[in-house]
Write a protein that binds this ligand. Sequence first.
Ligand SMILES: O=C(O)CCC(=O)C(=O)O
Ligand SMILES: [Fe+2]
Length: 269
Amino acid sequence: MSAMESQLADDELAASWGADISDGFIPLIDMEELQGPRRPEIVQQIGHACQHYSFFLVKNHGISETNMNNILGTTSEFFKLPEQEKLKFCTNDPNKSIKLFMGFKDEIQNVFIARESLRFRTYPFEDYVNEWPANPPSLRKDVMEYCTIVKRVEFALLEAMSESLGLEKDYIDKMLYNHGQKISMNYYPICQEQDLEFTRGVRPHTDPSIITILLQDNVPGYKVLNNCKWVDVGHIPNTLVVHVGDLLQVIHFIYKVMMNTHTHILRYT
Ligand SMILES: O=C(O)CCC(=O)C(=O)O
Ligand SMILES: [Fe+2]
């Protein structure tokens, strides 16, 4: 098959199970179907999405609308806290499992990275929960509820990814040996129209993770790189974006991803 024919076949296959977005196409996986008779087909879809896109959307993932609203609400409450309360979590100490990153100017590229980001280890909860912010009071409960279900989503996806590579379904999980989980709560503040050219949410990057599972609010701005073109993911309600991270790529050499957030409106993920 020529490269063009193969691209066409890929596009046709993808067109039968993807989601149309504003300026392109993004694979959409129905996770509920992983439990039923169509599992082999869905596993194939996941493998195809990882190999040809390195990102995809998932629906019917088991995270309720309430859970999603709670964690996004908690995130926005945290970033609304007074500066001195938040700054307690800013640290250069490499041994700290929780860190807040504030917006900063990148002098070399002459851009302002506007994002505030609170990142912390979550799993196993008992090892870390006491370090999590006690404010807002809902945070610990919301993070635990959300991360418990995200862990299930992650396991289901890693199993399907293993199978899609012709491996035993617990292959990747066993290789990773009891791996943990990290959450990154992000706040993209409003920036002025005239500053837009010099302001980024995040710079183009790949993630140093196994997989990244992203929940975003309904504000657009998130882009992924596909065939050398940045594609706006937009917001499809009740879906999560899944990315193949660098570590999974290192294990298998075939999955690759890039992402970029550039926004001039208030946004939480
Ligand atoms: O918050 C987003 O939209 C993207 C965040 C991201 O890419 C990251 O934290 O690695
Ligand atoms: Fe990322």
